[in-house]
Design a protein around this ligand. Structure first.
Ligand code: SF4
Length: 65
């Protein structure tokens, strides 16, 4: 349950979809640190910053850069 704190890009984002091969930690941990955490988590995510800026988001990019 994330009470509206789910990143709005989760449907497109390969990290949230567990399709980013550069993610080394279990995906549920990454989701809890970044994606399901509201603005605190999203603002720390390099992918989120690019999505927000309307820029291309490289497939290989992970939340902490
Ligand atoms: S917080 Fe980052 S990693 Fe998570 S869904 Fe949003 S853009 Fe993707």
């Amino acid at each position: 349950m994330y009470l509206g704190k789910l990143c709005k890009y989760s449907g497109d984002c390969n990290v949230y979809q567990n399709k980013n091969k550069y993610i080394k930690n279990p995906v549920h941990i990454v989701r809890n640190v970044f994606c399901n955490r509201g603005i605190k988590g999203w603002a720390a995510c390099e992918r989120f910053k690019l999505y927000e800026a309307g820029m291309p988001v490289p497939d290989e990019l992970i939340p902490n850069g």
